[in-house]
Design a protein around this ligand. Structure first.
Ligand code: SF4
Length: 489
């Protein structure tokens, strides 16, 4: 075959692909909520949610999200806690934060309208080449390619491309090819058709070639190698990390509640709420922490709790749970712990006062949510150094707080945990910190510092509605409250 004939054949394969795919899409496309409108805001939200997440999972989240934040402005102006709460369970929370950041950009720079402009859309936070292409093509019918893993799989197979799709130059090549395939005036439907084919027919493990609308000219199918494409080098597996977690059950005034803490304001799962947890020391020979002797794990956990200024005694292993990030997998060994009376410590008055105030603030936090205030803003615990932070709500604690403040006790610029630690270190055995594991160890995953961490709350089940939790803690808390209520774990 001459070069010209080869080029003609290639051109015919491209035209056939575009024509048949569009025709198939018009007859087979799924009725998805974001497809019922050409609202660029809805399309943008759906594309961000669909990253790493299945369509079936996204649908209820999408519906709730646009009901709660129907416009760019409403998203831009919402408290971040509300946005995270709406995202709770979807994972990859930086997507939600970036989305809100970008909504502010759209509100301030483009009058609340998603811009119909390539550079402007590319400039929005969290919007990469795929999402930009999807917004520009689907919402504005601009002939921009939208190439993600699904699309690269389809193109690799149909055109028998054996380049590694994990490599940047392959993506660029695919984008060029995908742009060439867009029929004039049909960018919106064509890009959605390509995504739909990858999702419904040309699936990763078992492509359904028989009903495939482009089967006749698919090079991989003709060569019988469709399941060995695309070529993709494996990403490094996430690093496993064993952690000891404390499910602290309240007593006395906190009966029926458990203690949660807020993560630092930057880094992994920033500002979300969780059960306190710390890296586990390796068991003998570097084995899993699951193999640590029970008493050794509990001793270590108690020590970490004390260092954090939390008075609680581990009472036994409750369950194990996993949380997977792209680069790390936490295995949490969760211990049930019993709240203990805070000892009278000479320097800890202010810290204890704040701790007590936080302890009683489940209801206060619910009030805060009702009035739209951030949960952490109520008790003065989240930011005791702030001029706007109110003092503790508890009268006895308030007296302690006032006395401590008047005496200038503690470091007012540190968190309450820091202050509590200051008191604690004055009276606990010196060898407690001898291994160098100071409070910073609490965030040894590199996700923030002790200085901006540490608000704690005692919550019951209904208080959970006021805080955003990563999936694993949501599941653990629900399992615990189910167990308390006699339901299934
Ligand atoms: S024929 Fe098979 S391998 Fe080729 S595009 Fe269709 S489903 Fe994918």
């Amino acid at each position: 075959m001459t070069t010209n004939e080869q080029q003609d054949e290639q051109q015919e394969a491209k035209s056939y692909f575009s024509r048949n795919l569009l025709e198939w899409y018009h007859g087979q496309k799924r009725d998805l909520p974001w497809r019922r409108h050409r609202n660029p805001y809805y399309i943008w939200i759906s594309e961000i949610m669909l990253q790493q997440t299945r369509v079936d999972t996204v649908i209820p989240y999408f519906n709730r999200f646009i009901e709660r934040f129907p416009t760019v402005e409403s998203l831009a102006d919402a408290p971040e806690e509300d946005v995270l709460k709406c995202w709770e369970g979807l994972g990859y929370y930086s997507r939600a934060r970036n989305l809100q950041h970008a909504a502010k950009q759209v509100k301030e720079e483009y009058g609340g309208q998603v811009p119909n402009d390539r550079d402007a859309v590319f400039g929005l936070k969290g919007v990469g080449p795929y999402t930009a292409g999807a917004i520009l093509s689907i919402a504005f019918n601009r002939p921009e390619p939208a190439v993600d893993g699904n699309v690269m799989r389809v193109l690799s197979r149909y055109f028998l491309i054996e380049d590694d799709i994990a490599k940047g130059p392959t993506r660029v090549k695919m984008e060029r090819l995908a742009a060439e395939l867009i029929p004039e005036g049909e960018a919106s439907h064509f890009n959605q058709a390509l995504m739909e084919l990858g999702a419904l027919i040309c699936t990763p493990k078992s492509p359904r070639c028989l009903p495939c609308p482009v089967m006749e000219h698919c090079s991989a199918r003709l060569a019988g190698c469709e399941t060995s494409l695309p070529v993709k080098t494996k990403a490094k597996p996430p690093r496993p990390e064993e952690r000891l977690a404390a499910l602290i059950e309240g007593r006395g005034g906190h009966a029926g509640r458990v203690l949660i803490r807020q993560r630092p304001s930057s880094g992994l799962l920033a500002r979300m709420w969780e059960l306190p947890h710390w890296p586990a020391p390796p068991a003998e020979g570097g084995a899993s922490a699951a193999l640590l002797p029970e008493t050794a794990a509990q001793d270590r956990l108690r020590r970490s709790l004390l260092q954090a200024g939390i008075f609680a005694r581990p009472e036994g292993h409750w369950m194990a749970a996993e949380h997977t990030f792209s680069h790390i997998v936490w295995t949490l060994q969760v211990y049930r712990c019993r709240e203990e009376e805070a000892p009278a410590l000479p320097l800890a008055a202010e810290g204890r006062a704040l701790y007590s105030a936080a302890a009683g603030n489940g209801a206060a936090s619910a009030d805060a949510a009702a009035t739209g205030a951030a949960p952490g803003a109520t008790a003065g615990l989240a930011d005791p150094g702030s001029a706007s932070a109110p003092g503790p709500a508890d009268p006895a604690a308030a007296a302690d707080y006032a006395a401590a403040s008047a005496a200038g006790a503690g470091d007012r610029s540190a968190t309450s945990e820091g202050m509590y630690n200051a008191g604690l270190t004055a009276s606990v055995p010196a060898d407690l910190f001898a291994d160098g594991s100071g409070p910073v160890e609490r965030f040894a995953d590199g996700s923030g510092t002790a200085e901006d961490a540490g608000a704690v709350r005692w919550i019951n089940r209904s208080d959970m509605a006021n805080y955003a939790f990563p999936n694993v803690f949501l599941k653990l808390l629900n399992a615990y409250f189910d167990e308390q209520e006699g339901g299934a774990v």
